[in-house]
Design a protein around this ligand. Structure first.
Ligand code: PHE
Length: 463
């Protein structure tokens, strides 16, 4: 398709897709999900899900996107199965839901950049009052959405690729540096053990379900982001090895972020892991005091740099979230890209207002709903998070089922073989065929139902 744009090369796609995958999900959400899931057992299950269940889903999404050169909805129409475009439509809704609250948290990260730069380390201890002050967080949320819209309006290769090329590698170096430092602190090993030595006695459906939700969220799967990005991938590229790179990148960064964080947490709680402040405040509460311990000058420079990078990582994800509805509107409704971007971003910002005020400012949205069987209510933002996670799982289930039974694995394989010479006789091909017909539909289907039951209705079949 003329004028639609392509990534300039393989690295461009990998960086952009990895940019979508790597974000607040890895550095902000992953650690508190680990904490909620009870530690190392969660980490192990998460890793298994990423490589076993998410891998075939990502391959399928890229193949559908590249084959059709279309957005998440148009792709199913182009394949001749327009009834199935409901997957893409649900993906658009999921993208809107996720971006609405994700943008708020991205705003916090941006705000923390300025706080650190001014040497205001006490913001960590005052996290609760920081996020309830919506005159500050609201401004950052506006700025963040505007930045996202700016990048998206310029189009994929120009806007997305360039930033990711520089920022992703810098982020890794920064995390490695903090990781090395965190391991030298008192009680560091308590944190490492918590993170790496599983206690399977504590395993329950919440842990398994949480790990599955997190794996889909972190890899940006199940909502058509990767279909959309795949549509900009050239036919010369190898889908399988691209998927391997993106997955390793994403999982690697999440893993390192956890390894960096739990020693810091153990340090700040004096080694008492039963007493962690979990939830959305985990990194925002724990990190400032660590930077403070580096001394005012160095701490403020490194702290500011860290939150700046986190903001950039978030930006490459918000861009991919906004790209899904925007590319749909541009392709299917023939509205110009800048106009489509402005309208969509505005709508999503407004949809994010309950999340903005749901962190202490408005009592109603802060204690929004108590799930059946739960003791405490969750806020609007957490509720949206859980809801979106479930939509991603359902989307993933439908995508592989579509590929395995409707579009058929022969067609999927034909697309994968383009750009991968030895694919015909490879083991990967056998695995993908098995995965899209049996492994993924069965496991994702069963787990989806179980996750919904355990998350919202308090049913735990394992315990
Ligand atoms: N994967 C992103 C993160 O971990 C979030 C995201 C989810 C982006 C779904 C796009 C689609 O931060």
């Amino acid at each position: 398709m003329a004028g639609r744009g392509n990534f300039s090369n393989r690295l461009g796609f990998i960086l952009a897709a990895a940019g979508s995958a790597v974000g607040l999900g890895n550095i902000w959400k992953f650690p508190f999900e680990v904490e909620a899931g009870g530690g190392a057992a969660f980490v192990l299950i998460y890793l298994i899900f990423c490589f076993l269940l998410c891998f075939p889903v990502m391959v399928t999404e890229i193949a559908i996107g590249r084959k059709t050169n279309k957005n998440a909805v148009g792709a199913f129409n182009a394949l001749g199965y327009s009834k199935w475009n409901i997957i893409g439509k649900m993906g658009i809704v999921a993208g809107v839901v996720i971006l609405s609250f994700y943008n708020v948290v991205a705003g916090w990260a941006l705000g923390y950049f300025f706080e650190m730069a001014q040497g205001n380390f006490s913001v960590g201890k005052e996290f609760g009052s920081y996020v309830s002050n919506i005159s500050t967080t609201g401004i950052y949320a506006v700025i963040f959405m505007a930045l996202t819209a700016f990048v998206v309006s310029r189009g994929v290769s120009a806007g997305i690729e360039k930033g990711a090329k520089i920022l992703m590698p810098t982020l890794i170096v920064m995390i490695l540096g903090l990781l090395a430092y965190s391991l030298t602190l008192p009680n560091a090993m308590t944190g490492v053990k918590y993170y790496l030595i599983p206690e399977f006695g504590e395993l329950n459906l919440k842990t398994i379900g949480g790990a599955l939700r997190q794996s889909f969220f972190s890899l940006s799967l199940g909502m058509g982001t990767i279909i959309t990005y795949g549509s900009y991938l050239s036919k010369k590229e190898n889908i399988i090895s691209s998927t391997v790179s993106v997955t390793l990148f994403d999982v690697g960064i999440a893993f390192l972020a956890g390894l960096m964080l739990f020693p810091l947490v153990a340090y700040s709680t004096g080694g008492d892991m039963s007493n962690i402040q979990g939830g959305a405040g985990l990194i925002f509460a724990a990190l400032p005091s660590v930077f403070e311990s580096l001394g005012a000058g160095l701490g403020s420079i490194l702290g500011a740099f860290f939150f700046l990078l986190l903001s950039f990582a978030a930006l490459t994800s918000t861009v991919s979230l906004l790209e899904v509805p925007v590319s749909y509107v541009v392709d299917e409704h023939k509205i110009s890209r800048p106009k489509a971007t402005a309208i969509t971003a505005g709508v999503i910002f407004i949809a994010g207002l309950p999340s903005l005020v749901g962190n202490g400012y408005s009592e109603m949205f802060t204690s929004f709903v108590t799930y059946i069987g739960a003791e405490k209510p969750v806020g609007f933002m957490d509720f949206l998070g859980h809801l979106a996670d479930c939509m991603l799982l359902l989307g993933g289930f439908l995508i592989v089922t579509f590929a395995g039974y409707v579009w058929k694995k022969e067609n999927l394989n034909e697309e994968i073989a383009i750009g991968y010479e030895g694919y015909e006789n490879s083991r990967v091909k056998i695995f993908i065929g098995f995965a899209v017909r049996y492994l993924c539909p069965a496991l994702l289907g069963i787990l989806f139902v179980m996750v919904v039951l355990s998350n919202f209705f308090g049913v735990d079949i394992i315990n």
